[in-house]
Design a protein around this ligand. Sequence first.
Ligand code: NAP
Length: 253
Amino acid sequence: MNAPILILGGTTQARQLAARLAAEGFDCLLSLAGRTKEPAAQPVPVRIGGFGGAGGLAVFLREGSFGLLIDATHPYASQISANAAQAANLSGVPLIALRRPGWQRQAGDDWRDVASVVAAVAALGDAPKRVFVALGRNELLPFEAAPQHHYLIRSVDPVELPLAVPQADYITARGPFAEEDERVLLEARGIEVIVSKNSGGAAAYGKIAAARTLGLPVVMIGRPAQPEVPGGETVEAVAGLVAHRLSLQKRGE
Ligand code: NAP
């Protein structure tokens, strides 16, 4: 039996990777931050909550005799990815990252690149607009600086403290979102501009494709820097690396 694998998750791909590795006979524990009130069902045992920084994660890895750490967190979850790299160094447990590639601009896309949510709010301009905001509910506060816009805000969990702006509607929904449904939503709500992260993957791409069809601009918040660690871009690639890595460990190489 291989030593157990700790997967830092919170993404669809982490769930898929866990299912794949479990089916291949690996003993996996999936870790979630606990941000989502009703997390999706997971195919392997789950633990929930922070570790108390990189040091806490290193202790967790050692005490659990984990043979491998996989960072399959969201590309914008930069703190946990930095912690994972540091904890791997501290504990000596190897780290593999699953980093899905960002979306690439296509002909017909009208993206306005910005570096942060604050910059995204500024990029909306002074004139009032109808804005579709597809960000986490904990990232919304900067929009209070631009109360002239009408916001349509979609998040996985309900926004508990409504924004201090006069016009905001809230939708609670979990992807995947189909392009056609997104187009219908954008048209029905008279949306003029979208604010999005460049999450990559298929589940959240529908709004980007729909924006292209409708000729709408997308204020695209750029990805934070991530530590350079070995890994792959797809579940298949990372599953292959894991099998290779653990077979080397078994042989003592
Ligand atoms: P973050 O800023 O990178 O992490 C903040 C702290 O939350 C970390 O220092 C860690 O606490 C804890 N944490 C984060 N992910 C964890 C995990 N998988 N297991 C255990 N603890 C975790 O992360 P975030 O942006 O708040 O995202 C939180 C989670 O939501 C991530 O797991 C991510 O995959 C998922 N998610 C994030 C986004 C996004 O846009 N940021 C989107 C979809 C899903 P300690 O230092 O105490 O260990």
